[in-house]
Write a protein that binds this ligand. Structure first.
Ligand code: DSN
Length: 414
């Protein structure tokens, strides 16, 4: 592992914060569903001299000189991600999932056009048209919701699409645990003359690893982040049918972004290469097994699982109903116990986003460090002990010691 000698010698406070974060990650349980830990090869790529280079444009067609090697790495990233997902076209320049989604809107919509997207409290993402975002001020977002059993009623969705006549129909989520019917969703979009788009940010790695079905054959445009289950650097990407390729590329640059971050593109190429290896399929499968094991243990302990069950890498738990603990309390107490996760709004949550009724628990990062079913049982019991603690600091620091011991057996970086 890098010892960061130059940083230590040149900037003490920055180095100390970095050491602190390294220790926090090694000694704690990371259960934020959108996080993961990258390989040392990805870290090497992120810390490389490609951060020095400006490369507006695309391979073979850039605005500045000196592009011999930027063209090599961007082409490598594009070829690998197309192979990984069987996509017709890929753009690897989006700096994040939010900018990937913004570019997809810019490529397909005019101001005032209607978009159907999933409601935030039902699992959708802020960038899917939440009123506080810029796209929601420019386009007209209509939100659809899940049913009481956690599923999506596609007949209802079709009726809504016929009524609202969207230009774009957006599937995908950031806090939803059930499998979508991609074929049905895309066929509804086709029926009403809408462009179909899927934001697969959360489950991109599960799809790459063949643990979950792929939306890519069905949707016109698919966006993703590269740092969640896909286990790459922070960033975004867009896949699309050839018919949308030019519009997507123009929308990313110069539409919504300037120079791409080439160090990040190198790291994406490395991560896509890793995801093409057989080990990654084993990882993706283990993530599903671990999520089910965690769910089973929580059910045994009497917890209320939101959306009925999990079919991916995360669980939503109603902590208010299960233990009379709010999401905010749960997150704070678990932080003291060395367990990171996030408070989360639940469908039509009466409590609001700052202190909602539940938590979201994800297993991608703990699976990366090698934890399996027995550790999932332990994790559920440690979380339960923290939620039963009433916030008592002594109890929580006792749990923290157990967390640290567990983590020691599963080092992230050697
Ligand atoms: N912040 C991410 C998540 O936690 O789902 C999405 O952007």
């Amino acid at each position: 592992m890098n010892t960061y000698r130059s940083l230590r010698e040149s900037d003490g406070p920055a180095y100390d914060a970095l050491r602190g974060e390294m220790k926090r990650e090694e000694e704690g349980l990371e259960l934020i569903a959108s996080e993961n830990t990258v390989s040392e090869a990805v870290l090497d790529a992120l810390g490389s001299v490609f951060t020095n280079k400006y490369s507006e444009g695309y391979p073979g067609n850039r605005y500045y000189g000196g592009q011999d090697f930027t063209d090599v790495i961007e082409t490598l990233a594009i070829d690998r991600v197309k192979r990984l997902f069987g996509a017709e076209h890929a753009n690897v320049q989006p700096l994040s999932g939010a900018s990937a989604n913004l570019a997809a809107y810019a490529a397909t919509l005019s101001p005032g056009d209607t978009v159907l997207g999933m409601d935030l409290s039902h699992g959708g993402h802020l960038t899917h048209g939440h009123p506080v975002t810029l796209p929601a001020k420019v386009f007209r977002f209509v939100r659809y919701k899940t049913e009481a059993d956690g599923t999506i009623d596609y007949d209802k969705l079709e009726a809504l699409a016929k009524k609202e006549k969207p230009k774009l129909m957006l599937a995908g989520f950031s806090s939803y645990t059930r499998q979508l019917d991609y074929e049905r969703f895309a066929s509804i979009a086709k029926k009403v003359g809408a462009i179909s788009m899927m934001d697969m940010a959360h489950i991109a790695g599960m799809i790459a690893g063949k643990a979950l079905p792929s939306p890519v054959p069905f949707f016109d445009i698919v966006t993703a982040t590269t740092h969640k289950t896909l286990r790459g650097p922070r960033g975004g990407l867009i896949l699309c049918k050839e018919a949308y390729a030019k519009a997507i590329d123009k929308a990313v640059f110069p539409g919504v972004q300037g120079g791409p971050h080439m160090h990040m593109i190198l790291a994406k190429a490395v991560a896509f290469g890793e995801a093409l290896r057989p080990e990654f399929r084993r990882y993706a499968k283990q993530v599903l097994v671990n999520a089910k094991a965690l769910e089973k243990e929580f059910l045994k302990l009497g917890y209320e699982i939101v959306f009925g069950k999990t079919e991916n890498h995360m669980l939503l738990i109603d902590t208010v109903k299960s233990r009379n603990v709010t999401g905010k309390e749960a997150q704070a107490w678990l932080d003291l116990a060395g367990i990171s996760l996030n408070k989360n709004v639940l469908p039509d949550d009466p409590r609001g986003p700052l202190d909602p009724s539940g938590i979201r628990v994800g297993v991608p990062a703990v699976t990366t460090r090698g934890m399996k079913v027995p550790e999932m049982r332990t994790i559920a019991r440690l979380i339960d002990a923290a939620l039963r603690s009433g916030g008592d600091e002594k109890t929580l620091s006792g749990i923290r010691r157990q967390v640290k011991m567990l983590c020691k057996t599963f080092p992230i970086y050697r």
